[in-house]
Design a protein around this ligand. Structure first.
Ligand code: C2E
Ligand code: CA
Ligand code: CA
Length: 572
């Protein structure tokens, strides 16, 4: 009896343990986002564990119920599911797949079979887990890796990858690829003026339009900011040009901007082609972009075609920029001074300081060539400072030796002028070299006035309060509007050489020049004509009462010691 009791309580406690274990397993399975189907081959019976309701609303009890389960999935996954659910048919231990349910849910399915002996399947576990989140995340990642989120176009990386494939294919098939780099003109101004949100709307509008051309033989990409790229595979020679003409016509229609008046944009394009312009994807992209950047400066709203000299120019500029970086350290700059004379009395009025760069290979490079490069990469700051310091120190030496009221004109580039510390640096130098500010004239061009006019005007007023003169250089090449002159705090106006060049032969230039001089005189500004090369021009300018003359006729730019010689003569 004792033995019986003992056996019974042993059985009870084992049962209890099993029940406890079962409860524990069920609890664990219930808290996971999985559901498990346990299948016993001998009994042909399924048992469900875990979060079953999350996936199915019917019971799976027998093997044939699996067909009903398969029906819950989208038809394109049926075959995959059927292959996965029965590893035993292939004698395998496990198989897995991912399929989408008709409800939209992505489900990961893993099936594991255990065998009795070598080949008799005994048990099977099918695990279902909700893979929707993972799938969305990978989809998002995939999207981010391939597409530009603003426009839905291919992003730069993916475009380059696809283009590389195209280049390989074109090599094999002897095909051509035409590449367009498209850039919205003046986008920065639009973006600054309208705000970033409106700017994005413009980018999207153009992006959506371009997306319509995406096809098997046309790749479209949004690279960055206002730059888009398109590639055409093996199309007729004029495809790019035709496309650009259509695009320009499309852009004649204004773009609607939320909460604002519609706006019009223009786009410029650079074109390059495989194999003529470049032999690989990166060079092809660069060629299209380089031709656009080089040529767009002259006129916007146009398409420019790549040709080898454009690349040569570009490479040359890069080499020059590099050399320019070292020029200051190597003392490769000099200042020359060009005299300016009073037109009536022919008395020396002043000198304009002009920078000279002697390249390490011995030749001089024109400032008209390197100053724009220096402005582009920020080198204009140290160069401009060097010019100011050199000019003021030399001029201060002259003023100590000679009793002569000489004006010193110094060119100040727009970027230098707008530098925060420009005024302080200038005032410090004036003090250090004990310069009389009334004889210092800063030459600025109309480009200074393009943006942020208020702060530029403020700067100009502060300069004049300090007694410094301001001269407007190259007048006639920029906006050239006489009406805005009256609002500018300037002292001198320099009439550009291009007027002087044609003033003798062209009657309309004469009319313009005469009206400039008479108007400017009324405003109380002094006038300087630059680039006067012959007596005819000189006499004409004298007759229309231009105040001062500068040009090769009376004196080319010359080293400082030559000016000293002039001053010696004039003082004796
Ligand atoms: P710019 O300020 O208009 O200077 C006048 C230019 O015309 C000078 O060229 C001068 O040599 C040239 N020139 C003067 N008279 C005649 C003439 O009768 N015939 C001809 N054919 N040319 C004449 P340069 O020295 O080559 O300077 C070119 C430009 O480079 C300057 O034009 C100015 O914009 C810029 N630049 C020169 N030096 C500096 C500088 O120190 N700082 C800055 N920011 N720019 C400078
Ligand atoms: Ca000048
Ligand atoms: Ca000038």
């Amino acid at each position: 009896m004792d033995e019986m009791n003992y056996q019974l309580s042993l059985l009870n406690s084992m049962n209890q343990k099993l029940l406890d274990n079962d409860k524990m397993f069920r609890m664990i399975c219930g808290t996971s986002a999985n559901t498990f189907l346990y299948y016993d081959f001998d009994k042909d019976h399924f048992e469900a564990l875990g979060n079953y309701d999350h996936f199915f609303d019917f019971m799976i009890e027998k093997e044939e119920d699996l067909n009903h389960m398969i029906e819950m999935f989208l038809p394109e996954g049926h075959q995959t599911l059927e292959n996965t659910l029965y590893p035993e048919k292939e004698g395998k231990e496990s198989l897995s797949c991912e399929c989408r349910m008709r409800t939209g849910k992505w489900v990961g399915i893993e099936v594991t079979v255990s065998y009795e002996g070598k080949s008799k399947p005994s048990e099977k576990i099918i695990r279902f887990h909700d893979a929707t989140k993972e799938k969305e995340q990978t989809e998002n990642l995939r999207y981010m890796a391939y597409y530009d989120s603003l426009t839905g176009l291919y992003n730069r990386n993916y475009f380059v990858r696809l283009l590389s494939d195209w280049v390989r294919k074109a090599q094999e098939e002897n095909a051509t690829i035409e590449m367009l780099c498209l850039k919205i003109d003046d986008f920065k101004t639009l973006n600054d003026g309208l705000g970033m949100i409106a700017g994005d709307e413009i980018l999207q509008n153009l992006g959506f339009h371009l997306r319509g051309f995406q096809a098997e033989d046309c790749l479209v990409s949004h690279f960055h900011s206002s730059v888009y790229f398109m590639a055409f595979y093996n199309q007729p020679a004029k495809k790019g040009l035709e496309f650009f003409d259509d695009l320009s016509r499309y852009l004649k229609r204004p773009i609607p901007i939320t909460g604002r008046t519609d706006i019009n944009i223009t786009v410029s394009a650079g074109e390059a082609r495989y194999p003529e312009s470049a032999k690989n994807s990166v060079d092809l992209i660069n060629c299209a972009e380089i031709v656009l950047e080089q040529k767009r400066k002259s006129e916007t709203g146009m398409i420019y075609f790549f040709e080898a000299p454009v690349l040569d120019d570009f490479m040359h500029n890069i080499a020059l920029e590099n050399d320019l970086k070292h020029a200051l350290e190597e003392n490769a700059f000099e200042l020359y001074y060009q005299p300016q004379y009073d037109a009536l009395t022919k008395k020396l009025r002043g000198v304009e300081a002009l920078i000279r760069w002697k390249h390490q290979e011995g030749y001089y490079i024109s400032p008209a060539r390197f100053i724009p490069l220096a402005e582009r990469d920020g080198l204009i700051q140290p160069i401009g400072r060097w010019v100011l310091e050199e000019a003021l120190s030399v001029y201060s030496g002259w003023m100590k030796h000679f009793d002569y009221k000489l004006v010193l004109s110094v060119n100040i580039s727009a970027m230098q002028f707008k530098q925060d510390d420009f005024l302080d640096t200038l005032f410090d130098l004036i003090e250090e070299y004990e310069i009389n500010p009334a004889y210092l004239e800063l030459e600025i061009t109309e480009s200074v006035l393009i943006d942020d006019l208020d702060s530029v005007l403020d700067y100009m007023h502060r300069l004049r309060e300090h007694g410094i003169k301001i001269s407007l250089d190259d007048f006639g090449t920029g906006y050239s509007s006489l009406s805005y002159l009256k609002n500018l705090p300037i002292d001198t106006l320099k009439i550009d050489k291009s007027f002087i060049d044609t003033v003798i032969d062209d009657s309309s230039t004469r009319i313009i020049t005469e009206s400039i001089i008479s108007m400017v005189k009324k405003l109380g500004f002094e006038t300087v004509a630059e680039g006067v090369e012959n007596n005819q021009q000189f006499e004409y300018l004298q007759s229309i009462e231009c105040d001062n003359i500068q040009g090769y006729l009376l004196g080319k730019p010359m080293p400082g010691f030559k000016i000293e010689e002039l001053l010696v003569e004039l003082s004796s």
